[in-house]
Design a binder for this molecule. Structure first.
Ligand code: C2E
Ligand code: CA
Ligand code: CA
Ligand code: CA
Length: 277
């Protein structure tokens, strides 16, 4: 609805949050949404172009709003961040994703990792480790099966970022830099980042027909190779894009061409057909 759009420009002004009635109202609604189980995680597969197998999934949040129907994250995550509700919401996401990963692990459903999006605000939260640790121990999922997607903007922050990333990896989690190419990370900084993978932003994939974007995509692929880290291309929608990525040796892809994000049970049913893309 328009209510949500009206407040999205506030997403970068958290200081205002307490004063804004609209933001307050949405924050309250989101608290209700958590309590009344209106939130749901959808799962989108990532596949390997070499093995042609599903390597893992990304958990993407949806809001089954009682009046507005299915609401996508772009319409409430910015407001959740501005109001601070992202802390509770993010905790719900971590616990729910770990529960699902544990179920799939137990059922021997074939996947390597389940990726969770972590907002910068959550990343800066002091008890993120505790939440992750308790989610792991409560559900029994192995931390190696959990991938944390953190946007490139974390790169701008401090020495603390590097330390937190080291600790997350020491706990066994996979760490991936999301939306790579849209931030301002310098090469020297990237070299020092303790990360397992980078995810090339979909803006570079959508226009591979343009020489400029094709050049950028190729240089991101070779950057990942020289740093010896995994690379995932997101937003793959056409066979031509797959051909391009395959040619330039990008190993892993995700996008509507392979599968849209699906509910957990839908994903279980679609698994075999997804592998035959
Ligand atoms: P993101 O992490 O970059 O996620 C990728 C987005 O691209 C998702 O949108 C996904 O559905 C969409 N997508 C996947 N394949 C394609 C494709 O082939 N073409 C195009 N055009 N789009 C594709 P979605 O689900 O609407 O999520 C939007 C953003 O909301 C995410 O961007 C992420 O930043 C945020 N988000 C989603 N779930 C969570 C969550 O649980 N926690 C947090 N903190 N943020 C979340
Ligand atoms: Ca992501
Ligand atoms: Ca992304
Ligand atoms: Ca994004």
């Amino acid at each position: 609805g328009h209510l949500l759009h009206v407040i999205s420009p506030l997403s970068h002004t958290p200081a205002l949050s307490g004063n804004y009635p609209v933001l307050r109202k949405l924050a309250l609604e989101l608290r209700t949404a958590i309590a009344e189980h209106q939130l749901e995680l959808y799962y989108q597969p990532k596949i390997s172009l070499q093995s042609r197998q599903i390597t893992g999934f990304e958990a993407l949040i949806r809001w089954n709003h009682p009046i507005r129907g299915l609401v996508g994250p772009m319409d409430f995550i910015p407001a959740a961040e501005a109001s601070g509700v992202i802390i509770q919401l993010g905790e719900w996401v971590i616990r729910e994703a770990c529960r699902q990963a544990a179920r799939w692990q137990q059922a021997e459903f074939p996947f390597k990792r389940l990726a969770i999006n972590i907002s910068l605000i959550q990343f800066e939260q002091s008890n993120l480790m505790d939440i992750l640790e308790s989610s792991i121990s409560e559900t029994g999922v192995h931390p190696e099966r959990i991938e944390l997607e953190i946007t490139e903007s974390v790169m701008q922050s401090s020495e603390r970022t590097i330390e937190v990333l080291h600790r997350l990896r020491a706990m066994g989690f996979y760490v991936t830099i999301d939306d790579f190419g849209t931030g301002y990370s310098s090469l020297s900084y990237l070299k020092r980042m303790p990360i397992d993978a980078i995810k090339m932003d979909k803006i570079f994939i959508s226009d591979l027909g343009s020489q400029k974007d094709a050049d950028i995509a190729v240089s991101i692929i070779s950057l990942a190779k020289s740093l010896q880290i995994r690379l995932i291309a997101e937003g793959v929608e056409t066979p031509e894009q797959i051909t391009f990525l395959h040619k330039y040796l990008c190993e892993e892809v995700q996008g509507y061409l392979i599968s849209r994000p699906l509910r957990a049970d839908e994903m279980e049913r679609a698994y075999d057909s997804i592998c035959q893309w």
